[in-house]
Design a protein around this ligand. Structure first.
Ligand SMILES: Nc1ncnc2c1ncn2[C@@H]1O[C@H](COP(=O)(O)OP(=O)(O)OP(=O)(O)O)[C@@H](O)[C@H]1O
Length: 285
């Protein structure tokens, strides 16, 4: 089943935080990408029903977003600043949250199952305060998937995690995306590139582009270039071009940059998602 957004908008007084957002999201990993203030959090809060929309329609099969209680049963949410009582044990926290979610029957069994799913079963008797940042995020996912909701919403999934934890957490999200809709919101392009099948790019409340990850990179086709320069030339290039990345190889620099009309000697390259994103941001200023 698909999550369907049709012309969703949100105004905060005169601020138009979202403008006519229409996207259809199928099962799998879906990324919401955009700079600060793009409207990502606003859209996620609307999807979780924490915030009413100003206009448009949201539906998942027969369920319409006016039916708040029904919608809440469909959604698991991991907010960015997820924190828990440090003195409580992992299984106690989950039991408490399961009660709040209205899960009555087979709670112990359900909790064991989610702990296995997020690979935290061996930590179930540890206090939250004894866990690493990555493990706390995994407890966050465990509470979000209690009751097996078909839609999971995760805000800034890897913020504050070290590289190993980040990779483990991305893998967990990928597994969940095999049978659910998992929406992640971030401004870290790498998170989206490493986990998502599709993504939407928001900028100042508008949907700039959406589609498969490969397609979003292709939007910058013909505008991303590679040039090899000496150290002296590099400083000139860095000042005059929109450089995206540069690597020193021996005494030469390999530079990738955005340009409509490239300097002599530049070779066109196949754009990555990050390059597609930066190109779209530059074009929409
Ligand atoms: N409660 C509010 N009242 C007034 N304006 C708001 C409110 N919440 C958000 N906004 C405005 O709506 C716009 C979108 O904000 P939002 O927080 O959704 O962006 P974001 O993409 O999540 O940014 P960030 O990555 O910084 O969290 C911004 O201009 C913001 O100032």
């Amino acid at each position: 089943m698909e999550l369907k957004l049709e012309q969703v908008s949100k105004n905060f007084g005169k601020v138009r935080a979202l403008e006519d957002i229409s996207i259809t999201i199928p099962t799998g990993m879906f990324g919401l990408l955009g700079p600060n203030g793009a409207g990502k959090t606003t859209l996620m809060r609307i999807l979780t029903t924490l915030l009413p929309k100003s206009g448009g329609q949201i539906s998942f099969g027969e369920v319409d977003w006016s039916k708040t209680q029904e919608v809440r049963g469909l959604i698991g949410y991991l907010p960015q600043n997820f924190s828990l009582y440090k003195q409580m044990k992992v299984h106690e926290v989950l039991d408490h949250l399961a009660v709040l979610k209205g899960l009555q029957k087979n709670r112990a069994q359900i909790i064991e199952q989610v702990l296995q799913q997020v690979n935290l079963y061996d930590q179930k008797d540890k206090k939250i305060g004894q866990l690493s940042g990555g493990m706390v995020r995994r407890v966050g996912i465990a509470q979000a998937i209690l009751g097996d909701p078909p839609i999971l919403i995760v805000d800034e999934p890897t913020a504050g995690l070290d590289p190993e934890e980040r990779i483990r957490f991305r893998k967990l999200l990928r597994q969940l995306g095999e049978h659910s809709i998992v929406i992640i919101s971030t401004h870290i392009v790498e998170d989206i590139e490493a986990t998502c099948d599709r993504a939407a790019i928001l900028h100042q409340g508008k949907l700039i582009a959406h589609g498969y990850i490969g397609e979003l990179g292709e939007l910058a086709e013909g505008n991303v270039w590679h040039l090899e320069v000496t150290q002296d030339e590099y400083y000139q290039v860095a000042d005059s071009l929109h450089v995206i990345s540069s690597h020193r190889v021996g005494d030469r620099y390999q530079v990738r940059f955005l340009a409509n009309i490239p300097p002599i000697g530049a070779v066109p390259v196949s754009p990555s998602l990050e390059e597609g994103y930066l190109y779209l941001m530059k074009e929409s200023v």
